[in-house]
Every structure is written in C-alpha cells, then in structure tokens.
Design a protein around this ligand. Sequence first.
Ligand code: FAD
Length: 433
Amino acid sequence: GIAVMWFRRDLRLDDNTALYHALRSGMQVLPLFIFDTNILDDLGDRHDRRVEFIQLQLHRLNSQLNGLNSNLQVRTGKPEEVFSALLKEYPIKAVFTNRDYEPYAILRDARIKAMLEAAEAVLLTYKDHVIFENREVVKDDGNPYTVFTPYSRKWKKQLEPAMLRGWPVEKYTGNFLSLKADAVPTLESIGFRASAMPFPGKEPDRVLIRHYSDQRDYPGIAGTSRLGIHLRFGTISIRRLVTLAQQVNDTYLNELIWRDFYQMILANYPAVGNGKAFKREYDNIRWRNNQHEFDAWCAGLTGYPLVDAGMRELNATGFMHNRVRMVTASFLCKHLLIDWRWGEAYFAKKLLDYDFASNNGGWQWAAGSGCDAAPYFRIFNPALQAKKFDPDGVYIRHWLPELEGFGYPEPIVNHEFARERCLEAYKAAINQR
Ligand code: FAD
C-alpha cells in the first residue's frame, strides 16, 4: 500500500511530525499538497501574497523532493474530489497529516476521515503546529486556562527537553515514492498573480531575538522577528524556535506561548470559532458600525497618526507591528464603536501572518471581550501611545509623508468624547446581564 503525506500548514521536510511517521510506516510515501478551492475561491484578491508564498514554498519542497527521486503532487480542487481521484490512482492505505485547529480545517478533516474509512484507509493526524495542544496544559482542577500568565507558568513547568527534539526525517528519506517529476502549477494557472515584493526570511536572527525585550515595542525599530508567516505556514519548526528562545530571550518565549495559548482557546471554546465573544455579555454592545468611518480606518485616514501609519503599513506590506495592531484595533472598537468582527475580517484579508486563532485572540483582547483581555475601561489614547512608542516619530513619518505638508485629515472623532461614548456603550452592555 501507499501512504500519503498531506502537507497543509507545515511546508517543510525537516522536523515534520506527520512526515516522520509516514516515512517510518513501512509504506512508500506520496507527498501531496492541495490548493483547496474552498479557500482560494473566498479570496477576493487575485494578488493575494499568501498564495504566492505557498506557491514559492511548494517549489522549494518539490526541488528538495526531486533530489530524493520523488515529486510533490500538487492538486487543485475540493479536498474530497482530490482524494476521491487519488484513491482511484493509487492503492492508498493511510493519509498522514498534522493537525490544524481552525474551524474549517476540523470539518474538512472529519469529512476526509469518513471518506477514507469507507475506502478502507485511515487518516492519521499528529501534533506539530504547537508545543501543547487542546487539553495538554490545564488547571489543577482539569479545566482549561483562560488567563495567560498561569497558563504560561504551567506550560513552562510541563515542558521537557524531549518534547523539543526534532523528528529526524532525514534518516528515512529513502522511503518516498519515486515519481516522475511534475512541475508545481504556476500562480497564473490557479488564477493568481505574483507581486514583486520579497517575503521575510525564515532564518531566526539570534542577535535580534536576544534584544527582543528592549526593542519589540517600538514600531520604528526592526525589533521583532517577522517569523509570523513562517510559523503560520510551518516553513519553520516551532520546536526549533522554542529551543532558540529558551537559550536567548524569555520574553520572546512568552510570545510563542501566546501563540499556543490562543490555539488552545480556540480548540477548547469552539464558540470563539463561531463568531462569538468569549465573554458573552460583550455581544450586547450596540455597535455604531458607521461604514464611512470604517472605510477611513481601513484607508488610514482617521486623523490619528499612529492609527493611520499602522493601517498604511498593513495595506502596503501585509505586516503591522504588534504595538500598532493593538492601537488600531482598540481605536476601531472603542473610539469608533465598530464591531471587532469587521476589523478581524479586514486583518484576515491583509495580514501575511494571518492566523485565525491569534487574530481572533488579538481582536477580542482589544475589544475587551476576550479571555484575559484589556479591561473595557482602559482605553488607549493613540496620541500618548505614539509619544511613548514612537517618540521621534520615525514610524509615523515613514508611513505618513503628507504629515509634513497639507492634506492630512482632522481627527475623525475627539478623543475625550469617544472615550465617554465608549464607556457608556460598554457599561450598558455589561450591566444588561
Ligand atoms: P514577534 O514579535 O517576533 O513574535 C514571534 C512570534 O510569536 C510571532 O511570529 C507569533 O507567531 C508569536 N506571537 C507574538 N505575539 C503574539 C500574540 N500576541 N499572540 C499570538 N502569537 C504571538 N499574530 C499572528 O500570528 N497572526 C495574526 O493574524 C495576528 N493577528 C493579530 C491581531 C491583533 C488585533 C493583535 C493585537 C495581534 C495579532 N497577532 C497576530 C499577534 C502579533 O501581533 C503578531 O504575531 C506579531 O506582530 C507578528 O510579528 P513578528 O513575527 O515579528 O512577531
């Protein structure tokens, strides 16, 4: 029989859990990637750089596999259709894959599992994307954590060196099925177009990570690792990065634990994946949802320089610094009283490192509705945030060149007024219980 290794958000050969197990199964391994049209058809933008990123990584994987006398099978379509065709082409006995905790992925995998079982094959899934998943780190009473700090303490306590050991895939690469070399489909052939912009590199910068604690809060400094996209698509192993963080910088390690934390929240509180506020009373807020104000926020035309600089950075590059993500998100929810789900959806379209769990977690944190969120009465003052975190205006001037001349808009709303309005709306919702 044949084993399929189904790559999804783990686009690498090294230290890949499911791949290791597939290669050790005694079967020949057929490497597969599916351009899922359920996902592609939902992307409005034919220039979506995440599709471009995936395509580049598939090229890289394919040339590595060619060197091992194999070839990456890249199919386009709905996963059920692809598997139904593959089952006819090959005597498939098992499909190996790494777990994905997003709502769509869970449904998809359940369908594929049933389908394989009907064909007397199995779907075998592995933990690879995180260090601890689901209910592996829980409170002493067995319930999942909802507050980060005690979670991170327990996470660190439970971590053992063996959990970070890389899977030695390289020892078993003789077990790939030898296949004739098919080319990876071009972007154009799946209806997308390339941009000329480069992507952040995937080699972690040790020196930068060593100084992470002192530099990470200043958007004008290149002080964060920019590895988000690589963690999202698994081009770098989380075990490798955690090992480095442990040696070099504890604050950086904590950020990687936040990533596990939000994945864990999503897995344990499925309502969060269903558009619900984590704290349900926040769903009583009467949002204003003014479309013109939303458009101004998206375009970076609110008249608040730090907010606008952030949105311009996002629109131009697909990246926004974390400090500025917090400020822009807070501004949308609290100053403009626009439903955080609108902002969540906009970030989902634009962020190269977009990840359902972290994005939802970040938005609900900013809106105050999330687990361990900013309390609702703490409202960022965008001008003070700019003073504190961009004291020389380096970041703001970079993204808002017109600030020096004419044409920069007046503030879309007065800060003090917006603050009072927000407190009233939030209080009314929360007291309704
Ligand atoms: P670094 O600062 O170098 O951190 C290293 C890695 O740690 C990141 O790549 C990321 O994987 C993880 N990480 C860091 N901070 C967080 C955090 N607060 N929560 C979860 N993981 C974290 N992160 C995403 O990966 N995808 C998202 O879609 C996303 N949306 C966000 C939306 C909002 C409103 C907010 C406030 C934050 C969001 N974040 C998201 C978290 C954070 O802003 C980004 O992970 C970070 O800015 C990415 O840049 P970096 O790779 O240079 O991160």
